[in-house]
Design a protein around this ligand. Sequence first.
Ligand SMILES: [Zn+2]
Length: 100
Amino acid sequence: MTTKNRLMRRLKGTMLSRVHGMITCREFEEFVLGYLDGELPAQQAKIFDWHLRICRECREYLAAYKRTIEVGKAVLGPGHEPVPEDVPEDLIKAVLNSRK
Ligand SMILES: [Zn+2]
């Protein structure tokens, strides 16, 4: 991510945090995993979707995140086995790091 993008995110985060009920890009990143697992409460999922709609950076972040999960599935290996619920977070981090 470029410095400019990072700056934009911070600016937007500051603006968004002033809107009642809105989440910042930082919070978005924290919610991502729960969102993809379908574990967010309905109200939070709605806010998450809203943020996603207005924030291009987070759309790109989510797309990259999904790609990472796909890579993780490939790493986990053969066939089309569903990823076990208890995929260690360390593994996901390792996959993330390997993409940098
Ligand atoms: Zn955002």
